[in-house]
Structure formats: structure tokens, C-alpha cells
Design a protein around this ligand. Structure first.
Ligand SMILES: *Cc1c(COP(=O)(O)O)cnc(C)c1O
Length: 376
């Protein structure tokens, strides 16, 4: 609908398409046995200690949460080796990404992203009146040399997801360090580490450890992935205290709720849960990628808890056919990958179910049954 009193940038946005919820698919198809591998969630469900902490915190629901997040910030700061005044807490890291854009951008200012980047960056930039500059990817990943070359006087912000969603690509430590060293003072760099715990390389650069070297660096992290807490909505950023102070001024006073704080504080004490989730993901990644190769599909090697593969047809077509079989995956045409589908690593039985359905309804299914046909 056209209306002269609506910000035209907002009217032009396409709504964010979340992974299709299990309940919705169950309702539409009338089936119960549904596997959701569409949103890079932790397939194990929340840990026992977290569930207990939430039950205890439920008795205090009539009180506002601690808007400053004192206890949580102290615990988190100690765990990751920073000062509490470097932290900004958010209702999911998406909330923090949004805050960063609001603090840094104004109409006419530019933000740089790589092609195939997380769509939330575009949303955050557009809503603040910033102009988005998208730099072509190199082998599906961020091309930091080209991104550096794209910086102008108008550039205020650069987003780098490492690893990136939906491609699972990483930038090398060397490239990242060179980039950070070369970025001019007027540009803020957001390093989104939503998937860092899944990276198999022990030497993978930890953004927090180089914050002191690069005052214009902001690292964001989330509890939605490895910590298995996507529903409670919690993420945070680590930056210089000066920048954190600005973020905290722009923040809604009670953006993180009491149940989330209780859950996160319990999760921070459960290192076993994280270690087990990493191990589960590693085995599942092998199962998935060997399965994809066996069925004749090329995939983009991924450092995360998901893998994008070339499905040989419009991804949305495969998504629809798999949905009919009760398996929810993610078409990623809106990320500039029209013939790829992203699948999250699930439990072993869920991965097997996905591979079985892909063998049945995927573009290569016809080819492999034709190949078999003459001899059978
Ligand atoms: C999932 C994801 C996040 C996490 O978002 P939350 O708001 O914390 O749930 C952040 N960045 C990327 C690239 C992601 O894929």
C-alpha cells in the first residue's frame, strides 16, 4: 500500500523469511513426524541446568529485569576475559547488530557487506537510512581485499561474519588481520562470530583477543547456536568501553528479559554441553557431506553447523518437495544463491532422514534411477 507518511525505505523492504516452524508444517500437511533443519539451531534442545534456572527465575516474573545486566555481565566478562564495561547485551545478537547500525549510521552513510551475507545486516542498515554497498564474493566467501578497496569517505561500517551464514565460509586469520590493520579510523568493523565455537581449527582467530589492537572493532556473539538458546533471545557485543557506552545509550532499557539472563548464566557454567554439541556437529557434518557427495551434489565446505549445496535446480523447488516429505530446509535465493539449499546439521537420525528424502525427491534422484534402470 502506498502512503505518503511511511518511510519509503521501510516500505521497500521484503519481510525477513524465518525457517518454517514445525507446528506450521504439521498443521498444513497433517503429519507429525517433521524434521526441521532450517535455522541452524542446536538439535539437542536446551541443557538440564538451563531449564532449572528458568523455572527458578519464573517466580520473579512480576519484577522488571536488571536493565544493566550486572550479574550476567560480570560472569560473561570473566569467562571471555574482558571488562564488563566492554559488553552490550541484546535480545539476540540481531538486536545488537541493529543497535550498532543505529549508533553509527545516518542517512547517506555507507555500510559494506560481502555478497551472500546474513540478511539481517541489510535490514539494520536500511532501517537507519544507510546505503548498503555489496562487494562480490570470492569462492562464496568475503573478499576482504575487494571490501577494503570499496571503502570511501562515506563508509562508516563493515560487517564480516566469520564463519559466514549461509555459506559457512571463513576468512583467513592473515587476511582478517591485514584488513583490520588497513581500515581507516572513520570505519567501524563488526566481526560477527555467531558460529565461532563450531570452527575445527584451534588457531581460528578470536576477535575478542585482538580488540585491544583495533579500537574500531566490535565483536558480536550469540547464545542461539551452540548454546541451544535460540528461543530465549540473547546475544552480546564486545567493543571498546567508549563504544559500548554509546550502544548502551541507544539500547531499550529492558531489552534482555529475566528468563534469558537466568538461562544464559546457567549455560555459561555448562561447558560439557558446549563440548558435546561441538562433537555432535563434527560427526553430523561428516555424515551430511559424505551423504551429499554420495548422491552427487556439490557443497560449499562449511565451518559452521550447516552446509549449503548446489541442488541443481531452483532451491525453492527442492525446498517445496522436501517439505511435502516432512523435512524443512532453507532455500537461499534471497542470499544470491538461487540454486543452493542450506541444511542445518541435526541429530544423526535427522541427517539420515534428510539424506533419504533428498535421494528420493532431489534433482539427482531421476538421474540415478535412470542409471540403474537399464540393468534392473
Ligand atoms: C544465527 C545468526 C546470528 C544470531 O542471531 P540471534 O539474534 O543471536 O539469534 C547472528 N549472525 C549470524 C550470521 C547468524 O547466522
Amino acid at each position: 500500500m502506498q502512503h505518503s507518511s511511511i518511510n519509503p525505505r521501510i516500505a521497500a523492504l521484503s519481510p525477513y523469511k524465518p525457517g518454517k516452524p514445525v507446528d506450521e508444517v504439521a498443521r498444513e500437511l497433517g503429519i507429525n513426524d517433521i524434521v526441521k533443519l532450517a535455522s541452524n539451531e542446536n538439535p539437542r534442545g536446551p541443557g538440564e541446568k538451563v531449564q532449572q534456572a528458568i523455572a527458578e527465575a519464573a517466580t520473579e516474573l512480576s519484577r522488571y529485569p536488571d536493565g544493566g545486566g550486572f550479574a550476567l555481565k560480570s560472569q560473561l566478562a570473566e569467562k571471555i576475559g574482558v571488562e564488563p564495561n566492554q559488553l552490550t547485551l541484546g535480545n539476540g545478537s540481531n538486536d545488537v547488530l541493529d543497535l550498532i547500525a543505529r549508533v553509527v549510521l545516518e542517512p547517506g552513510a555507507e555500510a559494506i557487506i560481502a555478497e551472500h551475507s546474513f540478511v539481517v545486516y541489510r535490514l539494520a542498515v536500511t532501517c537507519c537510512g544507510g546505503d548498503l554497498v555489496t562487494v562480490p564474493a570470492k569462492e562464496y566467501g568475503a573478499d576482504l581485499t575487494a571490501m577494503q578497496a570499496a571503502i570511501t569517505d562515506k563508509t562508516r561500517l563493515v560487517f564480516i561474519a566469520n564463519p559466514n551464514n549461509p555459506t559457512g565460509t571463513r576468512v583467513s586469520d592473515r587476511q582478517l588481520m591485514d584488513f583490520l590493520a588497513a581500515v581507516p579510523e572513520h570505519v567501524w568493523v563488526v566481526l560477527d562470530e555467531a558460529y565461532r565455537e563450531y570452527v575445527e581449527d584451534d588457531d581460528h582467530l578470536n576477535g575478542v583477543s585482538v580488540l585491544a589492537e583495533f579500537p574500531n572493532l566490535i565483536v558480536t556473539r550469540t547464545f542461539s547456536k551452540i548454546y541451544g538458546l535460540a528461543a530465549v533471545r540473547f546475544g552480546y557485543s564486545v567493543s571498546s568501553p567508549t563504544f559500548a557506552d554509546l550502544l548502551n545509550r541507544a539500547r531499550q532499557p529492558f531489552n534482555v528479559n529475566s528468563l534469558a539472563m537466568a538461562a544464559v548464566m546457567a549455560a555459561l557454567e555448562d561447558d560439557d554441553y558446549v563440548a558435546q554439541s561441538v562433537a555432535l556437529n563434527r560427526a553430523g557434518m561428516v555424515q551430511m557431506t559424505e551423504g551429499l557427495t554420495g548422491l552427487g551434489y556439490d557443497y560449499i565446505p562449511s565451518a559452521g553447523n550447516f552446509v549449503a549445496f548446489d541442488c541443481g535446480e531452483p532451491g525453492n523447488d527442492l525446498f517445496q518437495r522436501m517439505l511435502q516429505e516432512g523435512v524443512i530446509v532453507r532455500a537461499i535465493a534471497e542470499y544470491g544463491l538461487p540454486n543452493h539449499v542450506r541444511v542445518s546439521i541435526g541429530l544423526p537420525a535427522e541427517n539420515e532422514r534428510f539424506l533419504g528424502v533428498l535421494a528420493k525427491v532431489g534433482a539427482n534422484a531421476a538421474a540415478s534411477s535412470e542409471m540403474k534402470a537399464p540393468g534392473s
